[in-house]
Design a protein around this ligand. Structure first.
Ligand code: PLP
Length: 261
């Protein structure tokens, strides 16, 4: 390996044929942040700016083979997981990541912004019991917090209670994304002892497709670059805020955040 070899970051997630979210957002984020991005595809979506028209998960054997190929040769300094679609894929990926000694950022993808389900309902329990315990950081939005813990966040004062409920499922850190609450967006990060609140300006831009994937990938990238968890989240938030500010119209629906501004 030469000095010019960048840190390597692996995403295990779904493909978005429209190029705005999923694996495509992950790889763009990794390129922008100066790490080498690698992709294990768990599911393929037929998707555009109007929503997800359909998805197909890969056989567990194909996901396992991709992971073995990448980790057996290239290795990774950080891993991010996104859409895993089914209980068997959540279980397979969790089992393979459990033996790795690198940070794992879990974006517990449940539904898209359009309301399309990207996870079988019966996979939620597998995510709770198998995947969250191997996570270094888990990044649920408010809907995913409700799905995983039953805690309903009504306002900012509920964020810590929600994060503590997520921590009970076993991740080292929980980042609860409060962006859907009214007012200035606030995200809360905690490991149970330390607490950080990240606020950002709200951009009046509806073209935000891919925000969650981008944030989780940016956290994984900054962890691979040597930041600790609070530092990686702070830098990732700055990246995502810029990408949202530059989100652009595409098709006739919701356009993607921009990685090339
Ligand atoms: N498609 C894929 C493959 C995803 O992984 C995700 C989110 O994680 C989405 C679509 C949804 O993206 P958004 O909710 O930003 O529209």
């Amino acid at each position: 390996m030469t000095d010019s070899t960048p840190p390597r970051v692996l995403t295990v997630a779904g493909s978005d044929s429209g190029g705005g979210a999923g694996i495509q957002a992950d790889l763009k984020t990794m390129l922008a942040l100066g790490v080498h991005g690698m992709s294990v595809i768990a599911a393929v979506t037929a998707q555009n700016s109007l929503g997800v028209q359909g998805y197909w998960e890969l056989p567990a054997e194909a996901v396992r083979a991709q992971l073995d190929s990448v980790l057996g040769d290239i290795g990774a300094q950080a891993v991010k997981t996104g859409m895993l679609a089914s209980p068997v894929l959540v279980e397979t990926v969790a089992g393979l990541l459990a033996g790795l000694d690198v940070p794992v950022v879990v974006d517990p993808v449940g539904v898209s912004k359009h309301g399309d389900s990207l996870l079988a309902p019966e996979a939620v329990e597998t995510m709770r019991s198998r995947l969250l315990p191997v996570a270094t950081v888990v990044t649920p939005n408010l809907w995913e917090v409700l799905q995983l813990t039953g805690v309903k966040v009504e306002d900012e004062s509920d964020l810590r209670r929600a994060a503590d409920a997520v921590l009970e499922l076993g991740p080292a850190w929980a980042l609860v994304k409060g962006g859907h609450l009214p007012g200035a967006p606030v995200d809360l990060l905690t490991d149970g002892r330390r607490e950080f609140r990240f606020t950002a300006e709200r951009h009046d831009n509806r073209h935000t497709h891919g925000t969650g994937c981008t944030l989780a990938s940016a956290i994984a990238s900054h962890l691979a670059l040597g930041e600790d968890v609070p530092g990686a989240v702070e830098k990732a938030k700055a990246y995502v805020t810029g990408a949202i500010a530059h989100g652009f119209a595409l098709g006739s629906g919701i356009g993607p955040v921009d990685h090339a501004w």
